[in-house]
Design a protein around this ligand. Structure first.
Ligand code: UD1
Length: 422
């Protein structure tokens, strides 16, 4: 099992290119199941979750390939299977995203229930309720969601909670449904807009993506399309926090400053000089120690839960006290226990983490527990005294495209090692 070895103490300096967004690429890949012709996708990141999705779609009979530059080509074919098996779903919850497209086009889906995960229960009841309202018959047997329908019917869907993949699944279900669908209390994440952009490029009729009211007028069929996946705002934010924590200066290129308002505001609050251009963001900390900041996670456009662990790492070495409130997931402080092992002074009280910054963290062997927690630990390793060993980095490989090479390019002392060598 691979691990990362990080020697702390170097300020990050230089320029790094953002990869395509994992959380946009995953629904877009699922949406290729709806395509009536060939699809070419550019800027698809090279990640474990992407290869898992290609494998999942391949098992259904779809034909997709990804080249070394990240370009994915999908050929529309009749599927031979409509199942997402437990073995794949348990490694990637986003597999649930095939449910909407399968029901829209084939009226047939057998998708394993995702079950629990490290950061909380994460149910999919709202995905299922929406499909039922559109005419699907759904049962849950043997750990599988078995969904059947004729052509789905448009419906008014009022979402009890803001759910990103739930909104995406129902938007994909609605594009081929009979009549109009209205999704109310829809997620407003940029990745929802990107998926809508791809569906529209294939001929779907969607209005309001990016607001909490999405209107979809069902069409009879979709075409193929060429589409470029948006940049990864969480990867971008992770490098910028790295610059702030290490007192460095980093420019992230090929990114979207407009998607990161809440994160950039917090970086300014912690004392960083933040400048932006059309497709780049630069953080300059001028060698200073950051000030601790209060964070309150909430659906977009508020502060993203996927940046919470990175800011816990920042607060752990910042000046002052920062209170981090996690409102999206109930168990998303696993990284705090590991940061404590590196000397961080953080107290957890329910969904709050109260961080009193210390002058210095000390290196320790730490364990990654989920994707973003891992990113927080890597950032902590960059400022810790000594050599930090981050174990179980397969979580990191699910969502960060070549993170050690990108950080090394910014001057970090970091290398990957296999279990045998460690
Ligand atoms: C997506 C992102 C993930 C991010 C999260 C919140 C992808 C592939 N993943 O996950 O990186 O951390 O949004 O921004 O895009 N909920 C229900 N019932 C449902 C669905 C959700 O109760 O049917 C709850 C969840 O338990 C959670 C909250 O709603 O507490 C938000 O979850 P949701 O937005 O659905 O997260 P994901 O789409 O799984």
């Amino acid at each position: 099992m691979d691990k990362l070895l990080i020697t702390g103490g170097t300020a990050l300096q230089g320029e790094v290119r953002a990869s395509g967004a994992k959380n946009a690429a995953l629904p877009i890949l699922a949406a290729t199941l709806l395509a009536g012709g060939p699809v070419t996708l550019t800027n698809v990141p090279r990640l474990r979750d992407i290869s898992t999705t290609l494998q999942l779609l391949g098992r259904m009979g779809a034909h997709l390939t990804q080249d070394a530059d990240g370009v994915v080509r999908a050929e529309s074919r009749t599927l031979t299977s409509f199942a997402a098996p437990y073995a794949l779903v348990k490694t990637m919850r986003a597999s649930i995203l095939v449910l909407g497209p399968l029901m829209a086009r084939y009226g047939h889906a057998d998708v394993s229930l995702p079950g629990g995960c490290a950061i909380g229960a994460r149910p999919v009841n709202l995905h299922l309720d929406g499909l039922k309202a559109m005419g699907a018959e759904i049962t849950v047997e043997g750990g599988y969601i078995r969904a059947r329908s004729g052509r789905l019917r448009g419906a008014r869907l009022m979402m009890d909670m803001v759910t990103v993949t739930g909104t995406e699944n129902l938007m994909m279900a609605a594009v081929l449904a009979q009549g109009e669908t209205l999704i109310e209390n829809a997620a407003r994440e940029p990745e929802v807009i990107d998926l809508a952009g791809f569906l529209t490029a294939m001929g779907a009729r969607i209005e309001g993506a990016g607001t909490d009211h999405i209107h979809i007028q069902g069409v009879d069929q979709l075409d193929g399309a060429h589409y470029a996946v948006m940049p990864d705002r969480i990867e971008t934010g992770t490098f910028l926090v790295g610059a702030a924590m290490t007192g460095g200066r980093v420019r992230v290129s090929h990114t979207r400053p407009d998607c990161l308002d809440a994160v950039l505001q917090k970086l300014r609050e912690c004392g960083a000089q933040v400048t932006t251009g059309e497709d780049w963001i630069e953080v300059d900390m001028q060698g200073r120690r950051p000030r601790a900041v209060d964070i309150h996670t909430a659906p977009h456009p508020a502060f993203p839960t996927d940046m919470q662990a990175q800011f816990c790492a920042l607060n752990s070495i910042a000046e002052g006290v920062g209170v981090v409130t996690e409102t999206i997931f109930e168990n998303r402080f696993m990284h705090v226990l590991e940061l404590q092992r590196m000397g961080a002074d953080i107290r957890i009280d329910g969904h709050l983490a109260i961080c009193r910054g210390v002058q210095r963290l000390t290196a320790a062997p730490v364990m990654a527990t989920d994707l973003r927690a891992s990113a927080g630990l890597v950032l902590a390793g960059l400022v810790a005294h000594g050599e930090t060993l981050v174990d179980r980095i397969y979580h990191l490989d699910r969502g960060y495209d070549n993170i050690e090479a990108k950080l090394a390019g910014l001057g970090a002392v970091i290398r990957r090692t296999s279990a045998a060598a460690a």
